[in-house]
Design a protein. Structure first.
Lengths: 80, 245
């Protein structure tokens, strides 16, 4: 799966999660950029991503994610 | 002494573990065990202790069914102990998405049924000058609760206040009323909780893990015991140190 394909799928999850069809994310998007992105939404996002890509995160995998780029790289590694 | 335990939410992992422990320790005791749509979970215990567990399938979210259950109880040996465990599973939801219908149902299951059942069992306990009432709360009611758990902590908080009120009112009759407050416990109750939340709670716990029924049931058994006669109105945290009062 290409990084762009992962980004597109993750963007859809973000749009659905934050109920904002116009939301555009980039590799540098982080929690400070989206008002509602708190620890609970982080879990909701990760849970939706797990379902979408049929993967299972461990806490250690996701604890140090700083931005969307880190998240995309993690998904890419786990789906490779 | 032959005790009669009324245990609501008896089909839960904690309920079954408690029943197993109590019946093993007290050969003459019996259990009136309430579940809702899942009383078959009690089958192994019933087979292991024939005639000592009487299952009741009652939907505690329906106050009329609770009333009927209370009427049924009046025709049975009066409970010496009442242990109230039922609750809807925790759902982590922001307050802006607060589900009032679900909250009302949980309130019926946790709080209103507790009030009705206490009204049903406390008179006989008072008359006998002996009784034990025990509610299961949550460590979320100790200090600042986690975000997004308003519905759950409100119902549990109400049980805590019911416990204190009954404790002072019934102390002189030899009836104690207490709560146990476990931290996150790894049971089927967490089926709607994302794994990452469960893992994070374990990582943050000073003991490096979440609670299990085997951690919590002994504390419950103690508060239910005869020797805990002078302990009433307390909230006993069973948290591995994650919440300390």
């Amino acid at each position: 799966m290409t990084e762009q394909a992962i980004l597109d799928a993750v963007q859809e999850i973000f749009r659905d999660n934050f109920d904002d069809d116009s939301l555009v994310i980039t590799r540098s998007t982080c929690a400070d950029d989206i008002e509602d992105w708190d620890s609970l939404e982080q879990i909701n996002l990760l849970t939706a991503i797990e379902k979408k890509f049929a993967i299972k995160f461990k806490l250690a995998d996701v604890r140090d994610l700083k931005d969307v780029g880190d998240l995309l790289d993690l998904v890419a590694r786990m789906t490779a | 002494m032959a005790y009669t335990y009324l245990i609501t939410g008896a089909t839960s992992d904690v309920g079954r573990a408690l029943i197993e422990r109590l019946l093993a320790a007290e050969p003459d005791s019996t259990v009136l065990a309430q579940g809702c749509g899942d009383v078959e979970k009690l089958a192994p215990l019933i087979e292991a202790a024939p005639g000592r567990i009487r299952p009741f399938d009652v939907d505690l979210s329906d106050p009329y069914k609770v009333d009927t259950f209370c009427q049924l109880l009046a025709a049975l040996p009066a409970p010496t102990h009442f242990v109230h465990l039922p609750a809807l599973p925790v759902v982590n939801t922001r307050f802006k998405s607060f589900d009032e219908v679900r909250f009302a149902k949980d309130w019926e299951i946790q709080v209103h049924s507790a009030v009705k059942l206490c009204k049903a069992v406390l008179p006989a306990m008072s008359k006998a000058r002996f009784g034990r009432v025990l509610f299961i709360q949550t460590s979320y009611t100790l200090g600042a609760p986690p975000k997004n758990t308003a519905a759950y902590v409100m119902a549990k908080g109400a049980l805590g206040q019911l416990c204190k009120s009954l404790a002072v009112e019934y102390a002189r009759f030899g009836v104690t009323v207490n709560c146990v407050d476990p931290s996150m416990m790894e049971t089927n109750f967490l089926k709607d909780t994302p794994d990452l939340i469960v893992q994070a709670a374990a990582a943050e716990n000073p003991m490096g893990r979440n609670a299990t029924p085997a951690d919590v049931v002994p504390a419950m058994a103690f508060l239910l015991s005869e020797e805990a006669r002078f302990i009433t109105g307390v909230t006993l945290p069973v948290t591995g140190g994650s919440a300390i009062v």
